[in-house]
Design a protein around this ligand. Structure first.
Ligand SMILES: Nc1ccn([C@@H]2O[C@H](COP(=O)(O)OP(=O)(O)OP(=O)(O)O)[C@@H](O)[C@H]2O)c(=O)n1
Ligand SMILES: C[C@](O)(CO)[C@H](O)COP(=O)(O)O
Length: 248
């Protein structure tokens, strides 16, 4: 059985809307609902656990009760940090679950294919997260704002969600983080601290985390086209006339 935890208890400070960004409308539905519906369409998913701010539990329960075609779900209280929200979700996972995925509620562009690929890899390796190769050059800087180091880009991947693990592996990782007072930005970093390997699965550049207003604009565009793969990009006539390029 596969359970999915959705940390959804943030405050969207970087979005600057004054309300939780997952309530924002995206292609006719709230971001949170778009995310939950994609997972609900996956045959491999059995249960949804949504970790929300205690003050938003009632309103979210009311809205979800009106949405058809959601997989069985539970709403739990989130924590003051994403990691604590995930932990609370983990404690509410059904005893029958053997695989647990964690997916940011704020990543509504996740595809069913990537979800299935992560689940398949968890069955093989015990732990898998989706990620994409970094496109920009990155740098480590010092406190004065000067570049100290430029890591080899060929080895860098941007980590996304879903991140999936055998349940006991994720529970062990969270317990150890608690004991050590360690706060990480994702589940893979917690699991790696227990000495276990975590496999990367190809994610998607479409699977953005809606963090800033620009992300929201991009999400709206991506959602209406579903993915950049479906858009036919045209060469500008200013160039095609000179180059004589024939658009196929
Ligand atoms: N205490 C927290 C903080 C974040 N999240 C969730 O973790 C995901 C990724 O976090 P982020 O994008 O940082 O969301 P916010 O915390 O809402 O944004 P910000 O950091 O700008 O305030 C989001 O779905 C968010 O709701 C959570 O469940 N509990
Ligand atoms: C888990 C995550 O989405 C992987 O990229 C990311 O670390 C969440 O970070 P945030 O600061 O909580 O948005």
């Amino acid at each position: 059985m596969v359970s999915v935890i959705f940390p959804a208890a943030g405050h969207g400070k970087r979005m600057g809307l004054g309300f939780n960004k997952i309530f924002t409308e995206l292609s006719g539905k709230p971001i949170l609902i778009q995310t939950l519906l994609t997972f609900s369409r996956c045959d491999c998913v059995d249960e949804l656990i949504i970790a929300v701010d205690v003050n938003e539990m009632e309103v979210i329960q009311k809205v979800l009760s009106k949405i058809p075609r959601l997989k069985p779900y539970k709403i739990v209280a989130g924590g003051s940090e994403r990691q604590y929200s995930v932990y609370n979700g983990l404690m509410a996972v059904s005893p029958d679950a053997d695989i647990v995925l964690v997916h940011d509620a704020a990543r509504p562009l996740i595809s069913e294919t990537v979800i299935q690929n992560v689940v398949n890899e968890v069955m093989l390796s015990g732990g898998a997260v989706c990620a994409v190769p970094v496109k920009d050059t990155t740098a480590e800087i010092n406190e004065m704002g000067f570049i100290e180091k430029v890591p080899d880009r060929n080895k860098l991947w941007a980590i996304q969600t879903p991140q999936g693990f055998k349940k006991e592996i994720l529970v062990e990782a969270h317990k150890k983080a608690q004991e050590d007072d360690f706060l990480g930005t994702d589940e893979a970093s917690l699991v790696r601290r227990t000495g276990r390997a975590v496999k990367l699965v190809m994610g998607s550049y479409d699977n953005i985390k809606v963090t800033t207003p620009t992300d929201l604009l991009m999400a709206e565009m991506l959602f209406s086209h579903k993915t950049a793969k479906h858009v036919k990009f045209k060469i500008s006539s200013l160039f095609s006339e000179i180059l004589g390029t024939v658009q196929k």
